[in-house]
Design a protein around this ligand. Structure first.
Ligand code: FES
Length: 147
């Protein structure tokens, strides 16, 4: 079964249209390795992507569920000034530590930014609560994202 959808604005087609995880297609077939493979059970958020503008853990999404839909990975999140500013701020501040969680954090924050929501420290912390960071302790990343 084929599955067609768009990734970062480009149409793609995969033969893996069944229960294969979207994360596996993105990383293994399309070479988009920005979305990280952590737990593969939906608990770490490292694999977050935007599907029709909503952040979802791609390790839990069968690729068949994105048929005809728009997927944005962290590689496709620099298209707006707000998101580019956010990415530059993280790099400039040097807060990425191992960097494993940052794509998920950027993706989840982007869902809210692209929806036009104003995020303060509290709402940002709440929004990012599903993304696990194993080495930075969160505080500096949250400060930059709240910046
Ligand atoms: Fe998907 Fe952890 S790898 S939530």
């Amino acid at each position: 079964m084929k599955c067609t959808f768009t990734v970062n604005g480009k149409p793609v087609e995969t033969e893996k249209g069944g229960s294969e995880a979207l994360l596996d297609v993105l990383r293994g077939e399309l070479g988009l390795t920005g979305s990280k493979e952590g737990c593969t059970d939906g608990s770490c958020g490292a694999c977050a992507v935007l599907i029709d503008g909503r952040a979802e853990n791609s390790c839990l999404v069968p690729v068949a569920q994105v048929q005809g839909r728009e997927v944005r990975t962290v590689e496709g999140l620099s298209g707006t000034p707000e998101l580019a500013r956010l990415q530059r701020a993280l790099v400039t501040a040097g807060v990425t530590a191992c960097g494993f969680c940052v794509p998920g954090m950027l993706t989840v924050a982007s869902e809210h930014i692209l929806a036009g929501e104003e995020l303060d420290g509290v709402s940002l912390k709440q929004a990012l609560s599903g993304v696990a960071c194993r080495c930075s302790g969160y505080r500096r990343i949250l400060q930059v994202l709240d910046g």
